[in-house]
Write a protein that binds this ligand. Structure first.
Ligand SMILES: [Zn+2]
Ligand SMILES: [Zn+2]
Length: 253
């Protein structure tokens, strides 16, 4: 699928055509008139008569056709359909000639706006666990590179709980144990923690709130060390405290 055409570009092309065809129209009209006016030579000396005026007729006939085509292109530019799409990041309005079927780049924020089957996907904010920068992801995002520190932010698929893409350096699992992740303190930024938990666990707001009411609470269990580390880092960046516990071991008192 191709990226959608911006309406302004399509209109510009129409106008470029309209202008160049009308310039041709003017040229052929002028040339036709010139030949008509000066095309007849009579040289008395040799009694020769040279008549070029007949060459002017095709030119004069072509001129209105060229103009007509120019006008047609100019009018066609007005009839281009218009479809307005909002950038999911900055709400900038983009006008296309058809409903975008594929991702497009926003003119305003230069981010790639995700589109699936003609539907513009919502984006959600994700805080980078490394630098704390705010980033955005959609259902379509497989790999998320932090806009501020250029590091890859690990993404969990809310449906499977698996990593969507394993960043380099995250792949090595040097620990065969399975872990559970226990939230012990939600910190002061309760809202932020609720948001990250909603993303992390694919729960709704009320479910997350209910969990926070009975801390410590086991968020996930049976995950590997990398995942547990990554999630607890994410929670810590939202101000919460989470503990990784090896399953089967009781935490030291
Ligand atoms: Zn934008
Ligand atoms: Zn970052």
């Amino acid at each position: 699928m191709s990226t959608p055409e911006k309406r302004s570009n399509v209109i510009e092309i129409h106008w470029e055509h309209a202008i160049s065809w009308s310039v041709l129209g003017v040229l052929s009209l002028l040339l036709g008139l010139l030949i008509l006016r000066y095309g007849l030579y009579e040289m008395d000396l040799f009694s020769v008569r040279l008549d070029l005026t007949s060459l002017s007729w095709p030119l004069l006939a072509a001129a209105p056709l060229l103009f007509a085509y120019a006008v047609y292109r100019a009018l066609a530019s007005r009839q281009e359909p218009s479809y307005t799409a909002l950038c999911s990041y900055c709400s900038h309005e983009m006008v296309f000639t058809e409903q975008p079927q594929d991702d497009f780049v926003c003119d305003e924020c230069h981010r790639r706006v995700p589109v699936v089957e003609g539907k513009i996907l919502e984006v959600t904010g994700v805080t980078c666990g490394f630098c704390g920068g705010l980033n955005y992801m959609s259902e379509k995002t497989q790999v998320l590179i932090c806009e501020e520190c250029d590091r890859e932010i690990p993404l969990l698929d809310p449906e499977t709980g698996e990593m969507r893409h394993v960043p380099k350096g995250f792949a090595r699992v040097d620990d065969e144990n399975l872990y559970e992740l226990v939230l012990v303190d939600s910190g002061r930024e309760r809202e932020e923690v609720i948001n990250s938990l909603q993303h992390m666990l694919a729960l709704n707001r009320n479910q997350v709130k209910a969990m926070l009411d009975e801390m410590p609470v086991t968020l996930l269990t049976g995950i590997n060390r990398r995942k547990a580390e990554m999630l607890s880092a994410q929670l810590e960046s939202s101000g919460a405290t989470a503990e990784r516990r090896v399953i089967g071991e009781t935490p030291a008192p």
